[in-house]
Ligand binder design. Structure first.
Ligand code: DO4
Ligand code: MG
Length: 275
């Protein structure tokens, strides 16, 4: 079951049919501990709606904070060690990759986040920027994973590589985050065979493409959630990005006009142009 937020209301898609949800308060919906069960109960005996339009899609976020896990894939560990070696920061990434406590950082709010078709941004003082395609969890206030979406953790690698203490500036700025196109509402873990696919298009041609399987995610999503919720309350629920396993070569940097396309079946595709 997929939950969509649009400018004309909230919809659930099941078996190719769209159903309008009469709960208009997105925060109230996302904070529900019983979101899957609640949505199933709302669409029973309801006629499908013809009003759903993809062009009306909004980012599936209200007052939730977006947090992110880092260095959860071997590929990310290697890339980070490389980018920060001159700053002497490489060892930190190696240590956090194998430590029991994960790296968790604050990533975004709704005002910095764009939805499907929105424009992500490159920092004006960055020279080396990449998208990070990440499976993103919807977490209820009590820590239940109630859904999955696709996230783009836009990152300024030169700023992050200059000094690990610059991480918040490399990660948190206007247009640094994209979420969508929907929330796959499901409490069972995604299949191990799930793939995350990234394509970056420049002038309509594929400039970079890559993929990674969830089998390569080193951390269990529920364990990441349990660390995030330690001594940290999220009354409206929150989103947690689970890290990137796809890193373009060091010679690559995003440019204005590029299209970032991230696909995770069974969630869908999140596509954004770079402003
Ligand atoms: O430690 C820096 C950020 C790591 C990150 O965003 C990732 O691995 O996805
Ligand atoms: Mg990331």
């Amino acid at each position: 079951m997929k939950l969509y937020r649009t400018s004309t209301g909230n919809f659930v898609e099941e078996y190719g049919q769209y159903y309008r949800i009469d709960e208009h308060d997105w925060d109230a919906l996302l904070a529900r501990e019983d979101l899957p069960e609640y949505l199933s109960s709302r669409i029973v005996a309801q006629a499908p709606s013809a009003e759903f339009q993809h062009r009306d899609l909004l980012a599936p976020i209200g007052h939730q904070e977006v947090w992110a896990a880092g260095v959860t894939y071997f590929r990310s560990r290697g890339a980070r060690m490389e980018e920060s070696k001159d700053a002497g920061g490489g060892d930190f990434y190696d240590r956090v990759y194998s430590a029991e406590r994960p790296e968790l950082f604050f990533k975004s709010t709704a005002s910095r986040t764009v939805g499907p078709g929105g424009k992500v941004r490159i920092r004006s003082d960055a020279h080396w920027s990449v998208p990070e395609p990440e499976l993103t969890l919807l977490v209820s206030p009590k820590g239940r994973i109630t859904g999955y979406t696709i996230g783009n953790d836009m990152s300024s690698r030169d700023i992050e590589g200059e000094n690990p203490l610059y991480l918040p500036q490399a990660k948190v700025y206007t247009g640094s985050c994209a979420l969508g196109p929907c929330i796959l509402v499901n409490t069972s873990p995604l299949l191990h065979s799930t793939e995350i696919v990234l394509e970056i298009l420049r002038h309509g041609m594929v400039e970079f493409s890559g993929s990674v399987g969830l089998t390569e995610l080193k951390r269990d999503p529920q364990t990441l959630v349990s660390y995030l919720l330690r001594d940290n309350a999220f009354p409206s629920g929150c989103f947690l990005m689970t890290g990137t396993g796809i890193v373009p070569p060091s010679t690559f940097t995003l440019a204005s006009g590029d299209t970032v396309r991230i696909t995770i079946e069974p969630i869908g595709t999140l596509e954004n142009e770079v402003a």
